[in-house]
Design a binder for this molecule. Structure first.
Ligand code: NI
Length: 179
């Protein structure tokens, strides 16, 4: 169990198309997931994608099961390991909300995301996952799954007047408030 270093924007490993997981419930897979959970918690993140620790697989984790102080109105997201995910947009409605990323520390931007999605995939044991999510939950899943196709949220910013430093945009927020 190890808190791993999180790669930062500019590292080419964040730009790869991640490889599908071919075998579930293996010691390597389970150990990697433990490291990811510890890394996410240590960094106070809302989610983490395997490429962020340099692990080239289609695997994301998100959800703490608790309300996040930065998003007090958002329902808690169940702790989830999502492998080989697919996302289907369920609504043309967009949400425009602030986003940060542990690979882009200290910054935040308004990013348009689908309001409602269906996501499918597998947990670490190979059990299928099939959920419909909206709002904050949908936003987190879209952000994390973008990491699996080499997309960081700044690539999705439309209005660069809403892109800046946390400490300037939200002076009352704790500096470690990234996600
Ligand atoms: Ni991120």
């Amino acid at each position: 169990m190890t808190v791993r270093q999180i790669l930062k924007m500019g590292d080419e490993r964040l730009l790869r198309q991640a490889q599908p997981v071919l075998a579930f419930n293996t010691p390597e897979l389970l150990a990697g997931i433990v490291d990811m959970k510890e890394t996410m918690i240590a960094a106070n993140g809302a989610g983490l994608a395997a490429p962020q620790i340099g692990w080239d697989v289609q695997l994301v984790i998100f959800g703490t099961g608790e309300v996040i102080p930065r998003y007090p109105d958002a329902a808690p997201i169940p702790p989830t390991v999502l492998i080989n995910p697919t996302i289907t947009v369920m609504s043309d409605d967009l949400q425009n909300d602030w986003e940060g990323c542990l690979s882009v520390p200290g910054l935040r931007a308004i990013v348009p995301r689908a309001m409602k999605i269906r996501y499918t995939g597998f947990d670490e044991m190979g059990n299928p996952i099939d959920r419909v999510a909206d709002g904050f939950h949908a936003k987190v899943v879209q952000h994390e799954c973008d990491h699996l196709v080499g997309i960081l949220y700044p690539m999705r910013v439309k209005d660069f007047s809403k892109f800046g430093y946390n400490s300037v945009l939200f002076p009352g927020l704790a500096p470690e408030s990234d996600d």
